[in-house]
Design a protein. Structure first.
Length: 588
């Protein structure tokens, strides 16, 4: 089921009517992907769930009390307690009706105005707490380097929303609006697929409903509608929801709940109206069909949660070290200024009289005022200042290097977090835990260090054959990435990786042949699909020869430096021309 931008539009109107203004009384981390807010508004306490689970991101008011689901307190939770708890919720906005992004504005008497941004965009779903000026305080899932949308999501960065390239559902006055809308009717294939590909904010559910309203069949061909009919149908679907006049309800088939919508659905099953959209969404996610869905019900949830807790603890340790560095780093020019003051104090020490508190040095640009310590002789104070200057100089050299290492650690934790989410069994979950320990990011007591180069098998990478007949290897985690790149690949093989996000190392084994464009495009799609950019509209993928890929000094498992790269922009989806190979097939 799809919680699309149209659903969020209906939910925004509903939440604004019931929660604004409201007092935030409690903030809890429900799980690793979800925050719960207890809000007192209009004489009632309501429980607002903000869930960024990749398979089921959603926002709704639930009927049960939200409780803490994590033992560890995350940095985001601590910040929300500071900035949101006891604050007044003054605004709930969906800045772009075609995008799944929600803004909640808090006004706190002590710390001022902040905005909690909820991004419900698949695997990239996130919660970000930003200042009134848009500067990020922190986010649930950091992107320490720029991702494929050109955004860096980390504390201190200015927040920018993802770029929306599709056509808005309602005519926005652009000159080519109807010309672009006409492209929906031209391709071969189904109308609903063409609608999803062209119009922003439409899920397959909404698109199939539009196809039914246009042609009487949710699976009608694209040629079954006209441009003006599509524009009118879009307007009839969107405007009531935006105005707060939607018809929330559930979709049932054979007595089972199979979906929800903010509008009446006709193309499938029976539509059962609900009192509120929150009620419909909550009922759907509590249904047996969802609870027994393997994509939502994780058989390894307990083990995965334990490792995720270790990842969070390691991330907090790295973040604390970064914060400590910021406190110790000298200001630009501070070491040189301290040394200059010490030199002048030593040179003019004979001019200092007992009881003097400041030594004024008449320089050409402006006087230098050196505070004097009455407990020390001028020479002793100068020696102490020389020592302080030397310490500041060492810090100025060391801290940038150490900061780069810690950011490298955060990058590795992002990769392990992606590995954990994609781990299909207990050994792969355990491998993430072991990689965390072997990297020195967590104390080792119960698990011995391990990695692909110390005798521990990293598991088999995915293998594909391109239409050209070349083998494509895809690493599924940090260990496999290391193995694929530095053990299986030849220097002349092609190497690919999604740019700016954690993900798979992909190698095209050339055997001395030149890959054709189709092979490289397929390999790039595999790299994008098996990365943190899977749900992006387009992904930028680095392409280079394996010989230009090396390990960074002090890098962790699977981390690399790349030279002489080119970039391909592809759809983050499985390529139709790449044929999966069975593990037992003989390798070259």
């Amino acid at each position: 089921m799809h919680y699309d931008a149209l659903t969020l539009a209906g939910m925004t109107t509903e939440l604004r009517a019931t929660l604004v203004p409201g007092r935030i009384q409690q903030v809890v981390m429900v799980d690793a992907h979800s925050v719960g807010l207890e809000i007192y508004a209009q004489g009632l306490r309501r429980q607002l769930l903000l869930c960024t689970q990749p398979q089921a991101p959603r926002v709704l008011v639930v009927t049960h009390k939200l409780r803490r689901g994590l033992d560890q307190e995350t940095q985001v939770l601590l910040l929300l307690r500071k900035y949101a708890r006891d604050a007044l919720l003054t605004k709930i906005e969906q800045p772009d009706a075609a995008e799944r992004i929600l803004h909640l504005t808090f006004e706190h008497k002590d710390v001022g105005i902040t905005v909690l941004i909820v991004e419900l965009i698949g695997r990239q779903s996130n919660l970000l707490l930003v200042k009134e000026n848009g500067r990020i305080l922190d986010c649930l899932h950091r992107a320490p380097v720029e991702n494929t949308t050109g955004r860096a999501l980390r504390p201190g960065q200015m927040y920018t929303p993802p770029v929306q390239s599709k056509l808005p559902a309602l005519d926005d006055g652009r000159a080519d609006y109807y010309e672009r809308l006409a492209t929906i009717t031209t391709p071969d294939g189904k109308l609903w697929k063409s609608l999803v590909a062209t119009v922003a904010g439409l899920s397959p559910t909404a698109a199939r409903e539009l196809a039914w309203r246009l042609a009487g069949d949710g699976e009608a061909p694209a040629s079954a509608a006209t441009v003006l009919a599509i524009a009118a149908a879009l307007q009839a679907l969107w405007e009531p929801v935006l105005a707060g006049d939607g018809e929330p309800g559930l979709i049932e088939e054979n007595g089972a709940v199979v979906g929800f919508a903010a509008y009446a659905v006709h193309y499938r099953g029976e539509f059962v109206p609900a009192a509120t959209l929150s009620e419909a969404v909550e009922t759907y996610y509590a249904s047996p069909q969802v609870q027994t869905n393997p994509s939502l019900a994780d058989p390894y949830a307990g083990q995965r949660a334990g490792v995720r807790s270790l990842l969070q603890r390691a991330r907090q340790q790295v973040q604390r070290r970064l914060a400590a560095l910021a406190g110790d780093e000298p200001a630009p020019g501070e070491p040189a200024a301290m040394r200059t003051a010490a030199e002048w104090l030593l040179a003019l020490s004979s001019q200092v009289v007992p009881g003097q508190t400041v030594l004024a040095v008449p320089l050409d640009d402006e006087p230098l005022h050196i505070p004097l310590d009455a407990t020390l002789t001028p020479v002793a104070q100068a020696e102490r200042m020389f020592g302080r200057a030397a310490k500041l100089e060492r810090a100025a050299r060391f801290i940038p290097v150490r900061r780069a290492q810690l950011h490298q650690d955060l990058d590795f934790l992002d990769q392990l977090d992606l590995d954990l989410g994609g781990a299909a069994n207990q050994p792969e979950i355990a491998a993430v835990r072991e990689d965390l320990r072997s990297a020195g990011l967590l104390s080792s007591k119960t698990t011995k260090p391990g990695g692909p180069r110390d005798g521990h098998k990293p598991g088999a990478p995915l293998r594909f054959r391109s239409a050209q007949g070349l083998e494509i290897l895809v690493g599924r985690n940090a260990r496999q990435n290391e193995w694929v790149t530095f053990d299986l690949a030849h220097p002349d093989d092609f190497w690919l990786h999604a740019r700016g996000v954690p993900g798979a190392h992909v190698v095209v084994r050339t055997g001395g042949r030149q890959p054709d464009d189709d092979t490289l495009h397929s390999a790039a799609q595999l790299a994008a699909y098996h990365s943190g950019a899977r749900d992006e509209r387009a992904a930028a993928v680095i392409v280079t020869r394996r010989r230009w890929v090396s390990r960074p000094p002090g890098g962790k498992t699977g981390q690399v430096l790349v030279r002489q790269e080119e970039v391909l922009t592809v759809a983050a989806e499985l390529p139709p021309t790449a044929i999966p190979l069975n593990p037992e097939e003989k390798r070259r």
